[in-house]
Write a protein of this length. Structure first.
Length: 126
């Protein structure tokens, strides 16, 4: 298990959401994590290698996962997840509460919108 970084800043009474980033390449993973933390300071972001994804999902119970390849554990235990640029192509697979779709050329703004959606899901479920 390799956790390369973790940041946590909590603002006010808003619930902290846990994000797990496990996509390849490592530089992309770290850049995405850094941006998420800076633009959404109320989230706790962890990074891990793709091969440690299931173990980290079990340990952290993340609300949102960005990965290179989803796993049955991710698909069954994480409410919002993104398989970023599947097979090194331009398409990404996005799942929100089990409803999955393919998105062409996903952008950072799309990831941020999905992350914001996890807050809305937590509010409606809580």
């Amino acid at each position: 298990m390799q956790n390369t970084c973790s940041w946590s800043i909590i603002k006010g009474m808003e619930a902290t959401r846990v994000v797990l980033v496990a996509n390849e390449l490592r530089s992309y993973r770290e850049a995405i994590s850094h941006v998420l933390v800076n633009l959404r300071p109320n989230v706790e972001v962890f990074t891990t290698e793709q091969e440690d994804l299931d173990q980290e999902v079990q340990r952290l119970h993340p609300d949102f996962v960005v990965c290179s390849q989803s796993t049955p554990r991710v698909e069954s235990q994480v409410s919002v997840w993104v398989e970023l640029y599947r097979d090194c192509g331009t398409c990404s697979k996005v799942s929100v509460r089990g409803e999955t779709e393919t998105v062409e050329d996903i952008q950072l703004t799309d990831l941020l919108a999905l992350l914001d959606q996890t807050r809305d899901l937590a509010t409606t479920l809580g």
